[in-house]
Design a protein around this ligand. Structure first.
Ligand SMILES: NC(=O)c1ccc[n+]([C@@H]2O[C@H](COP(=O)([O-])OP(=O)(O)OC[C@H]3O[C@@H](n4cnc5c(N)ncnc54)[C@H](O)[C@@H]3O)[C@@H](O)[C@H]2O)c1
Ligand SMILES: Cc1ncc(CO)c(C(=O)O)c1O
Length: 307
């Protein structure tokens, strides 16, 4: 049974994951190579705990989060390590090498990779049968769905153990049956984002209007009626007719869109740099994040039938 968990990497995702796992009664140690990230994570942890309170998620037992700047201390005696460092195989492999001699051969190592096949990652760790994908969605303390992915060498029992852990703390595991790049959530999301970026880039629509169209025309509905159910709601005959002429006209670009290359080349990365598709002052960012958390909490409570 998993009781002690180490989180390696405390950037965007780590603090919210730590807060949610601790709320589920688990003992979490949290480590980052950058001291500034640890300090930031302490504040983010408090914010995430406030959001969990607002969600009405009661503590299941005496879960804790302990921060450390010592990786050996972070992973000592844990049942599960969740690697949560940047989406770069070399950086992830460095973490696996660093922990390999510090953990037992049956300690489970999960990666929160957004889409690097687990089969590729498990080439960098001894005992690859205990490595698994555990893909959370951002913000991780609010979104309940977590994808679980086994690689070619993952023992089926490890997939089941992680699925059961997620379920046991009241979250929603989805087991992805094939280790395809991007798994399922990001394959669907990136299909949508490719088309959205293309439409804005070609001047078909303004960025603000694209968001209004997708959020209110698709997003609001899709939270209640998933894509497979939506096909039945619309009628497969309609889908057949529209897709017969529309599919061939959709963006099928295999590279990164020029607009994205231009912006990233100018360090316009979005909220984290103050400008991306839109512009943000620090005050606006703070207000926006609080507003988004409040709305996501309210929507989730309704979708769960708790309001
Ligand atoms: N941001 C998202 O929306 C999101 C959602 C789901 C999954 N993910 C995935 O989760 C992982 C982490 O993403 P993020 O957005 O939190 O990244 P991030 O860049 O915000 O944070 C990564 C953290 O890892 C730390 N780090 C780097 N090298 C390290 C090392 N050797 N040891 C310990 N810490 C180290 C950095 O200091 C940083 O604090 C990625 O694989 C990403 O694809 C991201
Ligand atoms: C753009 C984007 N890419 C990856 C992820 C998660 O892996 C997300 C997310 O919201 O979780 C995302 O928005």
């Amino acid at each position: 049974m998993i009781q002690r968990i180490a989180i390696i990497g405390l950037g965007t995702m780590g603090p919210g994951m730590a807060a949610r796992l601790a709320r589920g009664g688990l003992q979490v140690t949290a480590y980052d190579v950058a001291p500034a990230a640890i300090e930031r994570a302490r504040t983010m942890l408090g914010t995430a705990e406030g959001v969990l309170d607002a969600l009405g998620i009661a503590a299941a037992g005496a879960g804790t989060v302990r921060f450390t700047d010592d990786i050996a201390e972070a992973v000592a005696g844990v049942d599960l390590v969740i690697e949560n460092v940047p989406e770069n195989i070399a950086i992830k492999a460095e973490v696996y090498r660093a922990i390999d001699g510090l953990i037992a051969s049956d300690t489970i190592v999960a990666s929160d990779t957004s889409g690097i096949p687990i089969t590729q990652l498990q080439a960098h760790i001894s005992h690859p049968e205990r490595m698994v994908g555990m893909h959370w969605s951002n913000p991780p303390h609010i979104i309940p769905m977590i994808e679980v992915i086994g690689g070619e060498k993952t023992a089926p029992q490890i997939v089941e153990t992680i699925r059961d852990l997620i379920r046991s703390i009241g979250l929603l595991p989805v087991v992805v049956k094939k280790d395809v790049p991007g798994f399922v959530e990001n394959r669907v999301l990136y299909a949508l984002l490719r088309e959205a970026v293309d439409l804005v880039e070609r001047g078909v629509i303004e960025p603000e209007d694209l968001d209004t169209c997708v959020s209110w025309g698709i997003g609001y509905k899709i939270a209640v009626v998933g894509p497979m159910a939506l096909l039945d709601m619309a009628g497969l005959d309609i889908y057949k007719s529209v897709s017969s002429f529309l599919n061939a006209d959709l963006s099928n670009r295999g590279d990164v869109a020029p607009m994205v290359l231009e912006k990233t080349g100018a360090s316009k990365l979005g909220i984290k740099s103050g400008e991306g598709m839109f512009s943000y002052t620090p005050e606006q960012t703070k207000a926006l994040q609080a507003e988004r958390a409040r709305k996501l909490v309210a929507v989730r409570r309704i979708l769960e039938g708790r309001e």
